[in-house]
Every structure is written in C-alpha cells, then in structure tokens.
Design a protein around this ligand. Structure first.
Ligand SMILES: C[S@@+](CC[C@H](N)C(=O)[O-])C[C@H]1O[C@@H](n2cnc3c(N)ncnc32)[C@H](O)[C@@H]1O
Length: 293
C-alpha cells in the first residue's frame, strides 16, 4: 500500500473506541492515530540480527515404534506443534526505524514517554537519532536488562544484556510513579538499616530479570518474547490508570497483556498475522477491537 493510499484510510478516534489490536505495517497505521493522545510508547523492534527469527514448538510423546531413543532408552516421536517467525534483516535499519520514532514523538502526550528496546548492534546509532528527535535534555535513561541464559561465545564476552532507551516528550511533565514502582531486595542488605532492608529498594537502571522460561506460564511460542516483569515495571512507572499505551512492534502482545492487567488502554500493532493470532489468544478480548490494515 502506498502512503497516499494509507492517508485515505479513516483516522482512529481514541475518544470513542475500545482497546485495539491492529494487523498491519506500523508506518501506515501510525499515520491514522491522533497526535498527542498516547502516554506511553514501548517498542521492541527487530534487532537487525541479519537472520530470520524463528521459534518452533515441538511435542515429544512415547512411541515404541519410533527410531528415536531418549532418556532411559525409551522410544519417542516428535511432532511440530507450531512454528513462528519474522524477518530480522535490514539494509537500511535507520531508514526503517527513524520515521517511526519521529511519528512516536508526535503521538505522545506532553506527559508521555518512549521506551525503545534494542541490543548492542543498533542501540548507539538509534540513540543519536533519538537525541535529534526528542532533544538531549529529554533523554532520561539507558536501562540495561541483564539476563544470563542461552549460548555463550568463547571468542569474546558473552552478550547477555539488552538496552532500553527512555525519553520524555517534555522532561519534568512526564509521568513517573516513583512510589508505585515495585521494590526489590538490596544486593547487600547487611549494609543498610533493618527497616530499609525489609522495605527493599527502587530498582536502578540495571534490571536483572531472567528471560521467558521455555516451559513457563507466560510462554506463547513467539520468538523474542519479552518477560511480563519488564513491561510491568515500565507500564506501572510511566502511565496511569486509563492511559493509552502503544506498542507498534507488538509481537506476542506482552505490552498489551500487561496493560490490560494494570487497567491501561492499549494499541498493539504488528505486521505479522501469526503475532496477531497469538495476541488474540493471550488477551481477554471482551473490550478489544481487531482492525486489519
Ligand atoms: C522483537 S519482536 C517483538 C516481541 C514483543 N516485544 C514480545 O514480547 O513478544 C518485533 C516484532 O515487530 C514486528 N514487525 C516488524 N516490522 C514491522 C512493521 N513494519 N510493522 C509492524 N510490525 C513489524 C515483527 O513481526 C515482530 O513481531
């Protein structure tokens, strides 16, 4: 669809609609949203790893006639239950992402914030572009999400963190619910008073959080799914009840799911029909409308 065709699509009136799941290209959908209406945008774009992100879910069942031998010499067969993927390779990554970040600035309310979740490949280039769009005085944090799981390189330090850049639309007016942030234990509780130790501390900009467990409750089978705990911290801190929360690289719908749990309104956009199906299965759809662009 050309941009002139997308501009002919009707605009979305947020004052008069339910929560939204939108299947389509972010570049076209964002043009239909009203400026200044969103309090929180969290995006976790493709990281430009140079390959396709895939995740297959396989079920193993005992089957005496199978040639596969597993634990205890038992025979079993495997069946492919589901397979999800999306493209993660761009010749011009900034050309793809920067127009969407410029649009994000327009969509945010004056008390709004943008979180952009990246890894070491593109984060520095994107930071420079975001400084131009938001102004360096509105840059708030470089949050490090540290985990310790998966393969380990033996040729360099194993890369075990992502970076989340945080910008305010207008620093000082932005929502930051300091008192509502869930506290965590001190690393060295013996160094603070008993009272402080039992209260815990507000997290710093380094967040230790394990990845979504392969057999965990929140696992959807979608590749690169992010933990609800990360989104819960973001949504609780940077939006209020009734705020509109937008994620235009929604994937399995983690942002939408957490927003729904916390009583926020949400717009989840993804160009991959597999992602849209997963989001619909993950959410209570009572007050949610689905649109395809
Ligand atoms: C890293 S994943 C997001 C994962 C998500 N945070 C989660 O917790 O499941 C990035 C998503 O961006 C989507 N995507 C890529 N290009 C897009 C575009 N132009 N418009 C909308 N979605 C896009 C992909 O389909 C993929 O689902």
């Amino acid at each position: 669809m050309s941009s002139s065709e997308s501009s002919q699509l009707p605009n979305i009136d947020l004052s008069n609609c339910r929560d939204l799941i939108i299947g389509g290209d972010a570049a076209q959908v964002l043009d239909r949203l009203p400026a200044g209406g969103i309090d929180l945008i969290y995006v976790d774009p493709p990281f430009n790893t140079g390959s396709t992100q895939r995740l297959a879910s396989i079920k193993a069942e005992q089957d005496a006639s199978s040639s596969r031998t597993g634990f205890g010499g038992r025979k079993y067969k495997t069946t492919l239950v589901s397979s999800h993927s999306y493209r993660d390779s761009f010749d011009d990554y900034l050309g793809f992402l920067v127009p969407l970040l410029e649009k994000s600035f327009q969509l945010l309310s004056s008390r709004g914030s943008l979180y952009v979740h990246l890894d070491y490949r593109e984060v520095h280039y994107v930071k420079v572009e975001l400084d131009k769009i938001f102004g360096r005085t509105n840059f708030m944090n470089e949050i490090i999400w540290a985990y310790d799981f998966g393969g380990r390189s033996k040729q360099r330090w194993p890369a075990k963190h992502d970076t989340i850049l945080l910008y305010a639309k207008e620093f000082g007016k932005h929502i930051f619910n300091y008192e509502e942030i869930e506290r965590i234990p001190y690393m060295a509780p013996g160094l603070v008073t008993k009272e402080k130790a039992s209260r815990g501390k507000v997290p710093t900009d380094v967040w230790w959080q394990t990845i979504v467990h392969t057999t965990g409750r929140e696992r959807t089978g979608y590749p690169t799914q992010k933990p609800e705990a990360i989104l819960k911290r973001i949504v609780e801190a940077s939006s209020t009840a009734g705020s509109w929360v937008l994620d235009f690289f929604a994937g399995s719908g983690t942002t939408a799911c957490v927003s729904q749990q916390l009583g926020r309104r949400f717009i989840a956009i993804d160009s991959n029909p597999q992602a849209i199906n997963i989001i619909k299965n993950r959410l209570d759809m009572t007050n949610v409308q689905e649109i395809s662009c």
